[in-house]
Design a protein around this ligand. Structure first.
Ligand SMILES: NC(=O)c1ccc[n+]([C@@H]2O[C@H](COP(=O)([O-])OP(=O)(O)OC[C@H]3O[C@@H](n4cnc5c(N)ncnc54)[C@H](OP(=O)(O)O)[C@@H]3O)[C@@H](O)[C@H]2O)c1
Length: 276
């Protein structure tokens, strides 16, 4: 592993990486993995204790991490987080927009239910996923733009390219994140610096607190939805959070210097499979 860490293509040592949703399952796993390879991570989450737990694990393993409470839908909160990161680490190299997820009231279990979905819940899911990606990109992106180098990594989803049944607001917001990823990549590279890059990863299906009940029952048996997902995943299994790590390191590292505006699926082949 030491050889990999010091390979200039993939060297992220001492890079300052802000991870929103850093107390969550997938962004937290990225925080652990990036810190283990020498990055200095700022884990920002709505529930401070979750981010603190992961930051403490990282520090206990010899890595560098700080935890901060923040709300990605609140610009002032993001500004305060950026200032705190700068006061602790002196600079910012990358932003990972990991905060996001479903809002229960914005899920249409049937077509009839769609017509009655609460406007507040639909706005909330779009606010969290889309504005919660755009606002941190504005605030942290402004620092990266001043340096004329750095990168942003967004969290897309399988729901963005082919909507999955039920999660209507989430799918719409994630589709908009793909568009925003390309828009910002083009705009920053053309108008500010070709050393500013914006990409996304699109995780397939990973069992987390948010979606466990949709995928399996209490005894671990797959629900009908869980069975359908596995049947449409050529690799035949859910992902493990650490399986997002190598693509993330690549997209943040010097080896990806010509890569911008891409959305990389990490999905066991789900997105490639027509089902036939
Ligand atoms: N799990 C999957 O299969 C899957 C698949 C595709 C894409 N994704 C995406 O991957 C990302 C992480 O998902 P996950 O499964 O790891 O979920 P998770 O464990 O719930 O992590 C999400 C994190 O975001 C935080 N968060 C929520 N609202 C926030 C806000 N307004 N401001 C700051 N932080 C906020 C949550 O904090 P609290 O715990 O305090 O609410 C939580 O720590 C999300 O963008 C999700 O859409 C997940």
């Amino acid at each position: 592993m030491t050889e990999f860490i010091s390979d200039p293509l993939f060297d992220i040592r001492e890079q300052v990486i802000v991870i929103t949703g850093g107390g969550g399952v997938l962004p937290g796993a990225l925080g652990r993995g990036l810190a283990a390879r020498g990055a200095r991570v700022m884990l920002l989450s709505r529930t401070l204790s979750k981010a603190q737990t992961i930051a403490a694990e990282i520090r206990a393993a010899g890595g560098e991490a700080i935890a901060l409470a923040g709300d990605v839908t609140d610009r002032a909160s993001m500004q305060a987080a950026a200032e705190k990161t700068l006061s602790e680490y002196g600079r910012i190299d990358h932003l990972i927009n990991g905060a996001g997820g479903q809002v229960q009231g914005a899920i249409a279990m049937t077509a009839d239910r769609f017509f009655e979905l609460s406007e507040a819940d639909l706005r909330a899911v779009i606010d969290l996923n889309l504005m919660g990606t755009i606002l941190p990109s504005q605030v942290f992106g402004a620092y990266l733009a001043r340096q004329k180098q750095g990168s942003i990594l967004n969290f897309s989803s399988m729901a963005s390219s082919r909507p999955l049944t039920r999660g209507v607001g989430y799918a719409a917001a994630k589709a908009a994140i793909d568009n925003f990823t390309r828009w910002l990549a083009v705009t920053l590279a053309r108008e500010i610096s070709p050393r500013l890059r914006v990409n996304a990863i699109a995780p397939g299906f990973f069992v987390g607190d948010q979606n466990r009940a949709m995928l399996m029952n209490e005894t671990g048996e797959l629900t009908p939805r869980g069975q359908t997902i596995i049947a449409h995943t050529p690799m035949g299994r859910f992902g493990k959070p650490d399986e997002l790590l190598s693509a993330t390191i690549w997209l943040l590292s010097p080896g990806a210097s010509l890569v911008t505006g891409v959305v990389v699926p990490i999905d066991g082949g789900f997105g490639a499979f027509s089902g036939v």
